[in-house]
Write a protein that binds this ligand. Structure first.
Ligand SMILES: C[S@@+](CC[C@H](N)C(=O)[O-])C[C@H]1O[C@@H](n2cnc3c(N)ncnc32)[C@H](O)[C@@H]1O
Length: 226
């Protein structure tokens, strides 16, 4: 599948929320002072010339995993994407607070820039608690779709990994079925410990805490590119 700007980005419709409550003064300040973290399409490719170990987080939410990962692994470079303005402001204020130098963010739908990533350029991808879109009529809104997997597969390095967390039973089933059919990835699993517990390189996020409080069972599925 030859994915170009024309046939991929232009057809994208984002169904999630872009904005929540009115932004506080500190959130507005984080957005204006945090502009240095925002990806500019024009020099996006420089990232791949300058860094060899790149981790992409799709849907970083409040940024707990993205910021803690970047703080603790200065030898990795992180790209985060999330279109929700309110949480992007929270993430930016954390990046500014710790003055992190190994992160950039795309404050929009990741699918709008996937065509810009060079093939085999990303070491790991994390998608933690993506929106489940549980209603049958909204199934097409789920992020994990065949064409998305195909694109993700092309940008991950050989033997690179993709970790997806979810606490939603329908989405667990949906993910496992998708990967059973898309055999270019191998599910890294030997025992239930491999999916019942958060991997050592992921940090606890707001949605993991929510799932524990609401007595749901979060799962982390890690797939390796063959
Ligand atoms: C349920 S929240 C989870 C947030 C965070 N990962 C956590 O675990 O707390 C899902 C997040 O994914 C983001 N999201 C949804 N579709 C996306 C897309 N196409 N590209 C990037 N982010 C997306 C949403 O804006 C939202 O912040």
């Amino acid at each position: 599948m030859n994915i170009t700007k024309q046939n991929f980005e232009d057809k994208i419709l984002f169904y999630g929320r872009r904005r929540g409550r009115k932004l506080s003064t500190s959130a507005k300040l984080a957005i204006s002072t945090g502009q240095k973290y925002i990806i500019k399409k024009d020099n996006f490719l420089n990232i791949f010339h300058e860094h060899k170990n790149i981790i992409l987080e799709i849907g970083f939410g409040d940024g707990e995993n993205l910021v803690n990962s970047a703080k603790n692994n200065s030898n990795f470079f992180y790209i985060g994407a999330d279109p929700f303005v309110n949480t992007t402001a929270k993430c930016l204020s954390k990046l500014l607070k710790f003055n992190l130098k190994n992160v950039v963010i795309w404050p929009d739908d990741i699918r709008k820039i996937l065509y810009l990533f060079p093939q085999n350029s990303i070491s790991e991808i994390k998608i933690l608690f993506p929106d489940p879109w549980p209603k049958k009529k909204h199934i097409n809104r789920r992020l994990i779709q065949n064409d998305f997997l195909e694109k993700i597969h092309s940008i991950i390095k050989h033997k690179g990994t993709l970790t997806i967390a979810t606490d939603h039973d329908l989405l667990k089933k949906w993910i496992l079925e998708k990967f059973q059919r898309y055999t270019e990835f191998e599910w890294i699993v030997e025992s239930s410990k491999d999916w019942r517990f958060r991997p050592h390189d992921c940090f606890q996020t707001k949605y993991e805490i929510k799932s524990i409080i609401q007595l749901r069972k979060p799962c982390w599925f890690t797939f390796k590119k063959k």
